[in-house]
Design a protein around this ligand. Structure first.
Ligand code: ATP
Ligand code: MG
Length: 434
């Protein structure tokens, strides 16, 4: 069934309803279950609020343009069509068709750079009377129970409007109290703030939904995430992407010691991270032969550290291929033997690129809290072995010494280089999208 445009829906309906009713109605329309003739009022647009970008100097437009394109990308997957545009330092996502409110809210809440978004009614200026009537309708429709305190804030970006901001707020407040005597005004701590912004069109909104904050992905270069099936690394990727960094990822597996399910789990995790970070090129590297060779030649209490050094080297190779500027891991000081300060120093020694460890000072519970919030936790706790856990010694060194590690590594002949090359040559690349 072809969707009607927002405007035709708006015009074809008979009496006002709250947002939930609207959502039900649009859902019904999508499934062809049109019920009764009601007038549906609905937001035409979302006003996107952004934080840190606003303080950028000359480069501000680059950040804004990236936010526009990231917002448009995120809205491509929702039910409904939108155009996203920039106007006088504001970003609007304007609906061209009916849309599913929850889906749109979900999509916008994943776009880094957005600190908040407001479902907004855009009005032509047809005089104060018309504005007052629309404001009263808006409050009636948006808040079926009106036993709250309210404040009206008016901003007049268009200075030729015949009334001053304070005057508009006061007059609208008065109209609202007349229409809804149960409302109370509280200018200090209102429960609801109604914003009226007089611009090219008048913007009317009363709800600010939270965005994730951060910077738009694509404004800060690329980095290579070492993504395992654990709880930490997806969170680490999320945190660096939040600062505007585009992600690629590497996953080391060890078939047949690790299963196809373990690999699927990592792809699923990458897919969840991609909801925020955009498409991820995931390189899946077969680490089995390297692990077996190290297992054969090196002291077992040093296995984890030596394997991690080889992982870092390979990750750095793929990072170079992707023109990434750094590596990202989910390490946190003291979490396990390979994450003591000494272990981290020895692992880091092979890296020539910066290694970003955004969780370095986090307790596990802090990391779990973020994993729950971003939706990776449920997948991370699925019980599939990842390659590190299989070859772990009972008593790994916790304070490795670089000299002794280098001595152990000297037992690895040039065969290790051939195995590394083979791992590179046989790597599989999967483009993962949300
Ligand atoms: P996670 O940190 O993802 O929960 P983990 O707690 O098991 O996994 P470690 O095994 O100590 O952590 O690994 C530390 C970091 O090394 C991980 O956060 C991840 O960045 C990287 N890493 C570990 N195993 C792999 C792997 N199989 N493939 C890619 N990266 C890995
Ligand atoms: Mg970890």
């Amino acid at each position: 069934m072809r969707r009607k445009s927002w405007r035709s829906l708006y015009q074809s309906c008979a009496d006002t309803q709250d947002t939930k009713t609207l959502q039900r109605r649009f859902a019904a329309q999508r499934t062809g279950l049109q019920k009764g003739k009601r007038r549906v009022s609905m937001y035409q647009a979302f006003l996107i609020k952004y934080g840190e970008i606003g303080v950028k100097g000359k480069n501000r437009h680059i950040f804004e343009d990236t936010l526009v394109s990231q917002t448009a990308n995120a809205l491509r997957s929702v039910d409904g069509e939108f155009t996203v545009r920039k106007e006088n330092g504001r970003i609007y996502a304007e609906a061209q068709t009916a849309f599913d409110f929850d889906e749109v809210a979900d999509a916008l809440s994943c776009v880094f750079g957005i600190v908040g978004f407001c479902p907004v009614v855009l009005l032509e200026d047809e005089g104060f009377e018309q504005l007052a009537q629309t404001v009263v309708d808006h409050v009636r429709q948006e808040f079926p129970k009106r036993d709250f305190t309210l404040k009206v804030i008016t901003r007049r970006a268009r200075k030729n409007y015949p009334m001053e901001s304070m005057e508009v707020s006061a007059a609208l407040g008065e109209r609202l109290l007349e229409a809804f005597p149960e409302l109370r005004v509280d200018v200090h701590h209102p429960q609801v703030t109604l914003y009226v912004e007089i611009r090219n069109k008048i913007n009317l909104y009363s709800r600010i939904l939270p965005g994730p904050g951060g910077m738009p992905v694509g404004t800060a270069g690329r980095a290579m995430l070492l993504l395992s099936g654990g709880i930490d690394s997806p969170v680490a990727g999320y945190m660096i992407a939040k600062r505007g960094v585009k992600l690629d990822a590497v996953y080391f597996h060890a078939p047949p010691y690790t299963s196809e399910r373990a690999k699927e789990k990592v792809i699923d995790l990458a897919r969840t991270v991609a909801k925020y970070a955009g498409p991820i090129r995931l390189h899946i590297i077969n680490f089995t032969e390297i692990q077996l060779y190290i297992y054969d030649k090196c002291p077992h209490d040093q296995l984890t550290i030596i394997m991690r050094r080889y992982m870092m080297k390979l990750a750095e190779y793929f990072a170079g291929q992707e023109e990434a500027l750094g590596l990202i891991t989910g390490e946190s000081i003291g979490q396990v033997a390979s994450q003591t300060m000494q272990s981290l120093a020895v692992t880091n020694e092979v890296c020539t690129m910066p290694v970003y460890r955004p969780l370095i000072g986090f307790d596990k519970q802090d990391i779990v809290d973020i994993a729950l919030k971003i939706g990776t936790y449920e997948t991370s706790i699925l019980p599939f072995e990842d390659c590190c856990t299989i070859f772990v010694a009972k008593h790994p060194v916790t304070k490795p010494n670089l000299k002794s590690i280098l001595k152990s590594e000297s037992h690895l002949t040039e065969k290790i280089d051939a195995l590394m090359q083979e791992a590179i040559d046989t790597a599989e690349m999967v483009r993962v999208e949300a």
